[in-house]
Design a protein around this ligand. Sequence first.
Ligand code: CUA
Length: 150
Amino acid sequence: TYEKVWLIAALLLIVGFIATITYGSVGLGIAMIDDSEETVEPSELDEDFGEPRVEHVGENEYEAYVIAQTFIFQPDPIEVPANSKVTFYVTSRDVIHSFSVVGTNINTMVIPGEVSTMTAEFDESGEYGIICNEYCGSFHHTMEGQLHVV
Ligand code: CUA
């Protein structure tokens, strides 16, 4: 029946999406390791999450605590050394934004009250633009930052 055909078509589409995502995470010397989410109450953001910063947590391992707010990312620039593994913790101080590193597969929604986490490896030095892909207000299109791998 036609219903079955559509069902199979929908399943193939889903498999295709997964394959695309998997394929997308290879290349550029940037490897995504995991994605997870935790929560932080907006009222306790400064206390629990702390200041925007990059911490050196181990040999070649860094943690970047990034806060998005209209219409900036902090810290700016985010600076990490080449040949490092960086875990990004990203949250928002106000509305929904995204944290999207141009030319990489680092791209996550940033939701107030939640911490988006992702880990990436940077083999080579380079400069990347960071943009916001979620409409967040009249200056959404100007919201940008920099990631410097030095
Ligand atoms: Cu922040 Cu669009």
